[in-house]
Design a protein around this ligand. Structure first.
Ligand SMILES: [Zn+2]
Length: 387
């Protein structure tokens, strides 16, 4: 029996997963700091609230707090990261390292979001916050390029659901359009804070022909998704994983979609799915049981995302590792998710197309061809996990 059948050869090794061109649409800037950076920034700014000052222990603390199942502890994690992101220099550094880390992980295009209103405690204006983060992303892109990686990072400006500044933040996003900001988002606890409270912001953006996504259908189910789409007009759904509640799988394996699930699939509404984050918040019990398997099978516009790399101790490669293991995904599946994400990004159509045709597809073709050459030599390089 040969172990080198074609489908198996396309099962990616860890190294291939990392090198594969990946596209990230849902990642929070304040959820992706390096633990060592938090410690140093806390020291520089005199912030004494950190639960640990050793980077290794601090990283573990974040993960445990996020794993604890307690919403209070989960939210506390962000109070520490936001606390050390209150100066221009800190924001530049965090954004720069974010771009560097994503590039190192094989991400070629990312939309990273943050809430400018949460970074004003050190006296910065909203505009100064946006400009600092943009500067950091540009620096990170440049450093990545010097290290042989190519990445483009766009910013999404987030307004908080419980606050009343959404129109102001939407206007900010619009004024920095074409200057590094590619869209707008609403985040924060879904319970008690329906997105319809921010209709003026969404209507403003629609009148400006601008793009936005809304965190919906994570903790809350179908009504939240329905509101985000049919009242607010969201281009994409942040999570949207609860759309699964409108899909019935019968005992014989046949599937029935409700009206809302049909609409989401028919209209190709992108779902910014975040598997590891969903496991931590209880939206799914295991990777194998995560709705992404069914949604991919049914050809929803599903994308794979990290949400909060620090709190979930994850990366894009890590997310794909879990999915490859849970669902037996191949490089073709990875490419499908990556093309889906690129199609769903907020940059202009011609640039999306160029990313797909000139970066993503050639990248996967290159990886898929590797098994051919590995077969021919006796010294086949790293063993990986492909055999
Ligand atoms: Zn999120």
């Amino acid at each position: 029996m040969t172990s080198q059948t074609a489908p198996k050869a396309h099962t990616p090794s860890s190294d291939q997963i990392r090198r594969a061109p990946k596209v990230l649409l849902h990642d929070h800037l304040d959820g992706g700091l390096r633990p060592g950076t938090i410690v140093e920034l806390a020291h520089e700014s005199g912030y004494s609230g950190l639960p640990e000052t050793d980077p290794g222990k601090l990283g573990l603390w974040f993960q445990e707090a996020a794993d604890s199942g307690s919403l209070e502890r989960y939210l506390e994690t962000f109070s520490h990261t936001v606390a050390v992101m209150q100066t221009r220099d800190a924001l530049v550094r965090v954004a720069r390292e974010c771009a560097e880390d994503l590039a190192e992980d094989g991400v070629v295009y990312a939309e990273v979001r943050y809430a400018p209103e949460q970074h004003l405690e050190g006296g910065l204006t909203l505009e100064e916050v946006v400009e600092a983060v943009n500067e950091g992303f540009r620096e990170g892109e440049r450093i990545a390029r010097e290290n042989g990686h190519r990445i483009r990072v766009g910013a999404l400006l987030t307004a908080m659901r419980h606050a009343a500044r959404s129109l102001e933040i939407a206007e900010l996003a619009n004024s920095y359009r074409d200057l590094g900001v590619v869209g707008f988002d609403i985040a924060g606890a879904e319970a008690g804070h329906p997105p319809t409270r921010h209709l003026d912001a969404f209507e403003y953006l629609k009148r400006e022909n601008n793009h936005f996504t809304i965190h919906a259908g994570e903790a809350f189910g179908l009504p939240s998704i329905w509101q985000a789409l049919q009242w607010c007009g969201a281009d994409r759904l942040g999570h949207g994983v609860r759309i699964i509640d409108d899909i019935r799988v019968r005992d014989d394996g046949s599937v029935e979609l409700g009206r809302l699930a049909s609409y989401v699939r028919d209209k190709r509404i992108p779902l910014e799915l975040c598997p590891s984050s969903n496991l931590q918040t209880g939206a799914a019990d295991s990777y194998e049981a995560h709705p992404i398997g069914l949604l991919r099978r049914l050809h929803f516009r599903a994308t794979v995302n990290t949400d909060n790399r620090l709190m979930s101790h994850t990366s894009m490669s890590q997310e794909f590792e879990h999915l490859v293991e849970a669902f037996g995904y191949t490089l073709d599946d990875m490419q499908w998710f990556s093309v889906n994400a690129m199609k769903s990004s907020f940059i202009p159509f011609d640039e999306r197309l160029a990313m797909i045709n000139d970066v993503i597809k050639p990248g996967y073709a290159e990886l898929k061809s590797e098994w051919l050459f590995r077969q021919t030599g006796s010294t086949s390089g790293s063993p990986g996990e492909s055999d």
